[in-house]
Design a protein around this ligand. Sequence first.
Ligand code: NAD
Ligand code: LMR
Ligand code: MN
Length: 542
Amino acid sequence: MHAKGYEVLRNPFLNKGTGFTLTERKTLGLNGTLPSQVQTIDEQAEQAYQQFQSKTAPLEKRIFLMNLFNENITLFYHLMDQHVSEFMPIVYDPVVADSIEQYNDIYINPQNATFLSVDKPEDIKQSLINAADGRDIKLIVVTDAEGILGMGDWGVNGVDIAVGKLMVYTAAAGIDPASVLPISIDAGTNNQSLLENERYLGNKHARIAGDAYLEFIDQFVIAEQELFPESLLHWEDFGRANAQVILDKYKNKIATFNDDIQGTGMIVLAGVFGALNISKERLIDQTFVTFGAGTAGMGIVNQIFTELQEAGLSAKEAKKHFYLVDKQGLLFDDMSDLTVAQKAFTRTRNEFNHAEELTTLSAVVKEIKPTVLIGTSTQPGTFTEEIVKEMATHTARPIIFPLSNPTKLAEATAENLIKWTDGKALVATGIPAENVEYKGVTYKIGQGNNALIYPGLGFGLVASTAKLLTQKTISAAIHALGGLVDSDQEGAAVLPPVSNLTEFSQKIAEVTAQSVVNQGLNREKISDAKQVVRNAKWSANY
Ligand SMILES: NC(=O)c1ccc[n+]([C@@H]2O[C@H](COP(=O)([O-])OP(=O)(O)OC[C@H]3O[C@@H](n4cnc5c(N)ncnc54)[C@H](O)[C@@H]3O)[C@@H](O)[C@H]2O)c1
Ligand SMILES: O=C(O)C[C@H](O)C(=O)O
Ligand SMILES: [Mn+2]
């Protein structure tokens, strides 16, 4: 039986509000429930945009858009399509960070998310069934919120990142919003301020860790695969100790990826390619210092390491290009507190005359003279004028990507990097940055955020019914994005602008789908990969 009357109006997937035609109103039992005028979606969008513009505070803007999403999903995406660069920072990073911090005070609606409690593994399956509500789920973004952006543990509040990432998927690549499911795994929280907050909406106990935690994750994956066998599982903002472990456990078994590890590695390599297009240099001639060798930092290092080998270097030669800096300073093989991922890229002390002095970023930059400096440290302002100027004295076009999010955690601003290097730095930032005007040149700043690549990648995998995500497909997607930079213009950005997000996401999706089909990893028969992507694209119209 199809929904009727208020059931239709209250279902955001079905609701068109005043957009219901007179015939629809009659057949759906809506006569008398709406004012008499029938509006087009563009008329509705214009009115909604005017209301949006009347809000001044970013969080107010976000709340308005979320309410619109809760009422009428098609109208929300129709409007977002018209204002993608303006809405991205509101529904996604950085304003999503404010909404996560204030979740317990501003909570109104669960936003079609699934809430799984570590205390109730027996409820996993039924919870997924309830939240999917009969929809055919093709894409899941799941978070346990132990490492929300660079802000640490935010417990159940972190669900907003799963909701936001999925909004970007639809806005950028056109995945049908009825086929997606955001999931919060509430494993408890070690955030004392949440535990002490009487309004906190999640489990009020410490995080469950170790075997019990991994057992819960396993039960979740089993239930998820059983219920939605053709779905892609996207992991977001897990803690450093779990992210890689979980990815390694499932990546060769199901269609899955970790956005912070793989998505970030991909966007950074694409950005480095963009920068090298501008400087006309080669990847194999670069020396990389990564500041913050955690989930994202190691994802970046591994992606570039793989690419260096594809460019002809042996693993041993390729490793020599990396210097990892974390809390301890430069990471050496004799340190006892290294992660598994870090261990593969440590240095030995006898490579240096004064290894014991390499405990700060400043000392490492002086010693190594890197050509590329990447920040995923969560430590604001750490790319100081002194460090950046030192780097610029040894390399003509320093590539500098301060990627820590949200805004308050960035290692440097784009404006300072351009000024300190007299316009020579090739910059990408994690959050959107304004153009920088310097000595008569307008410098455009690429957004080095995985949101520029995961939507196309994920949509391509879903559309092509991929069984697995392989390194081959990852490489194909990176090259598709890295080649889109207009490198001849002075002040050009190293990545394409977010205003073109829908176009290049489409391209990435097509390349991804083609790669899946080329490797025979599609579940269903596909004769034309590009066509399959085009056919799967949802459009925000009635
Ligand atoms: N722009 C993007 O697309 C993107 C993608 C992923 C992550 N990030 C950002 O990167 C940051 C890190 O995220 P993550 O998931 O890797 O977190 P993580 O916790 O796994 O890694 C952070 C690392 O920084 C290290 N660190 C902390 N303090 C330090 C210090 N004083 N000096 C040097 N290193 C220090 C930690 O020890 C850890 O290894 C976050 O701010 C996140 O928002 C950005
Ligand atoms: O969410 C973002 O803006 C990018 C990234 O996934 C992060 O964790 O910072
Ligand atoms: Mn993330």
